[in-house]
Design a protein around this ligand. Structure first.
Ligand SMILES: Nc1nc2c(ncn2[C@@H]2O[C@H](COP(=O)(O)OP(=O)(O)OP(=O)(O)O)[C@@H](O)[C@H]2O)c(=O)[nH]1
Ligand SMILES: [Mg+2]
Length: 258
């Protein structure tokens, strides 16, 4: 037998081992597989194909919105709420790559450190590496890996809302757009984009001046606008319920109703 076919058999065995570990929910295997996919390694793609038949029951929720609106803080609260229900939660935070280093800004990861030691929570920052569309290249694949690993809820934080950012609709079943008061013209400019992508609109920073006015304004445009104060956890149960309602409407798994 020639060396290359021995190598192929070895690779296949390794691949199967990785896939089995992912299916068993092994965090390191999940992380390794996402790295392979980010780097477009053939091993990652081969492993992904083997996951295609695994049943998926995850609720995939996109959290999008203007930079600084409070998406990460909101996700932090959602993670806590879903963990209280006993759900395993995966978070993919899409970061804008630094044009100088090509690396992602680590702010999101640092902010979500509270859940870092919780085995029921998987968190990962993914760099856009200059890609447009609000998602990193391997986001969809990473979500598939998390689904196969049995995460009940997958939260994906994306950047911005606008014409370029509709990609999240292809990955998430429910999209939540986060807005904050005081953005003025930016909120006006975002409205069309919001309606295009969002199933639920959240006015976060509901404690800031101008929140009432922005809320009234948004409600003229969007059928479902909720007010939250993420830093205090206010409005989170209502948001969890609205997400569950939307998932139920789609006929998907209803995490929040458990
Ligand atoms: N007053 C107030 N501040 C908030 C609230 N939610 C978040 N913040 C603050 O707003 C700032 C930005 O919050 P993030 O959660 O990082 O916002 P983000 O949308 O994830 O930001 P990017 O990922 O950089 O786009 C932080 O300083 C938060 O503490 C809120 O409900 N009220
Ligand atoms: Mg953030």
């Amino acid at each position: 037998m020639c060396g290359s076919s021995l190598q192929t058999r070895h690779d296949r065995r390794n691949n199967r081992a990785l896939v089995d570990l992912v299916k068993a929910g092994d965090i390191r295997a999940v992380s390794r597989m996402i790295t392979l996919l980010e780097n477009q390694e053939p091993d990652g793609i081969a492993a992904l194909l083997q996951l295609s038949s695994v049943p998926r029951h995850s609720a995939v929720i996109g959290i999008t919105g203007y930079p600084g609106a409070g998406k990460s803080t909101l996700i932090d609260q959602l993670v806590a709420a879903y963990r209280q229900q006993g759900a395993r939660v995966g978070v993919l935070a899409i970061d804008i790559s630094s044009p100088l280093t090509g690396g992602a800004i680590l702010g999101d990861r640092i902010r979500m450190q509270e859940h870092a030691l919780d085995q029921g929570v998987f968190m990962r920052s993914m760099a856009t590496r200059g890609r447009h569309g609000g998602l990193a290249r391997a986001t969809r694949e990473a979500a598939i890996v998390l689904m196969a690993a049995g995460y009940d809820v997958i939260l994906i934080e994306t950047i911005g809302v606008g014409q370029d950012e509709v990609d999240i609709l292809d990955v998430a079943q429910t999209v939540v757009a986060v807005v904050a008061p005081g953005l003025g013209d930016e909120v006006q400019a975002m409205k069309a984009g919001l309606l295009e992508v969002a199933h639920i609109v959240v006015l976060n920073k509901g404690d800031l001046p101008g929140a009432d006015m922005t809320l009234r304004d948004l409600r003229e445009w969007c059928p479902l606008v909720l007010r939250t104060v993420s830093v205090k956890g206010e409005g989170i149960p209502e948001l969890v319920m609205a997400i569950a309602e939307h998932q139920k409407m789609l006929g998907l798994r209803d995490q929040a109703a458990r």
